[in-house]
Design a protein around this ligand. Structure first.
Ligand code: M6R
Length: 357
């Protein structure tokens, strides 16, 4: 039910802080620890490499998950687009563990890989929002994202829920390996949930950006570096999916290798700047496009912000910024689609679950 909301997408964007808090509760044990299932822990520990396989927005969550798994737990992790993996399988390590990320748990491209790697005798884990789904039933293990039903075709709360669960998984793997971490993930997730909530209360700002930058344009770019690059990809996918604006996400440093040729007077470029170690570089990239006429808007984070930034996010742990920085991009896509008269919840040519290969 949409309740008072005009669209499911907006309702689902707003639900995100509660989804994160729900995940914290669901995975927290009475003693305050976050141990996941013993079998999953053992399978992760026993593997020498994680292969994340997913499509679309879930693939983008996987990119963030790789960074979390490698940085927090030290476990080598690769991320693959399901439909590519099926026909172009990389050389596998000796003890691979496959992690399928899928909101619906029904994506045929991912299932194709699952069936294939199971045949080869590899172990499989599905992270899904629908525990009884095909991918969940057919994998050895399941982690539930507890986001509640996602109705809008454009995935929002499933993405942030997947990242939160991947973060928990990363910490669990680190704990199992006896690593001591210098942060408390549950606390950091709770801080991120609060930040998400405050952004959901700043909708006017995002509506204004959509109005100013995206009302009439044919194309738009999202740029970022490291974790911000992954969110740039997701922001661009969301925008094209529901507003039909041709949008691309780029790694800031890669622009000069070709794409910058597309920048004209007034081309919208939305930049994400939440990562301290690349803050100067991404701002340099913004300068490069601005001096070629781009209409630039910077989404930064407290402590790294500069005068003139369009949105300043509350400060959160650097590994969890995607949970927060994605929200302005979701809202900008929503309002852009709305202003352009598009069917927000049911964009053309798309289905909620893609059950064909
Ligand atoms: O159900 P899944 O997570 O497996 O779906 C994967 C993609 O089809 C999905 O994320 C798609 O990209 C969304 N419509 C994006 O908003």
């Amino acid at each position: 039910e949409k309740g008072t909301y005009a669209h499911f997408m907006l309702k689902e964007i707003d639900e995100q802080p509660f989804v994160i808090r729900n995940i914290i509760q669901k995975y927290q044990h009475e003693d305050g620890s976050t141990r996941l299932d013993e079998d999953i822990r053992a399978a992760m520990k026993d593997s020498d490499r994680i292969y994340i396989v997913a499509a679309g927005t879930s693939y983008h969550a996987g990119l963030v998950g790789k960074q979390l798994l490698e940085r927090v737990s030290g476990k080598p992790t690769e991320v693959h687009i399901a439909s590519e993996f099926l026909y172009n399988m990389p050389l596998l390590s000796e003890k691979p563990l496959f992690v399928f990320i899928s909101q619906s748990g029904e994506t045929a491209d991912s299932r194709g890989v699952l069936v294939n790697v199971k045949k080869q005798g590899h172990r499989t884990l599905t992270i899904t929002n629908v525990p009884g789904s095909t991918l969940s039933r057919e994998a050895d293990y399941t982690l539930h994202t507890f986001a509640g039903p996602e109705i809008a075709v454009a995935s929002t709360k499933a993405y942030t829920a997947q990242i939160a669960v991947l973060a928990l998984l990363a910490v669990d793997v680190a704990n199992a390996a006896g690593k001591t971490l210098d942060f408390d993930l549950l606390q950091e997730l709770a801080i991120a949930a609060n930040a998400m909530e405050s952004l959901c209360n700043q909708k006017d700002e995002m509506e204004q950006i959509a109005r100013d930058y995206l009302s009439v344009t044919r194309n738009a770019f999202f740029i970022g570096r490291t974790a911000d690059y992954f969110v740039a990809l997701e922001g661009a996918l969301k925008l094209k999916e529901i507003s039909y604006i041709q949008a691309e996400g780029f790694a800031g440093g890669e622009l000069k290798h070709g794409t910058i040729a597309l920048i004209e007077d007034g081309t919208p470029v939305i930049a994400l700047a939440t990562q301290e170690h690349v803050n100067l570089s991404i701002r340099g990239n913004v300068q490069e496009v601005a001096s070629r006429g781009a209409a630039t808007a910077i989404i930064s984070m407290e402590g790294l912000d500069q005068e003139g930034d369009a949105v300043v996010l509350p400060r959160v742990h650097e590994l969890l910024t995607p949970l927060v920085s994605v929200i302005p991009t979701q809202l900008i896509a929503y309002y852009a689609a709305l202003h352009r008269g598009c069917d927000v919840d049911k964009p053309r040519n798309l289905a909620k679950s893609v059950t064909v290969e």
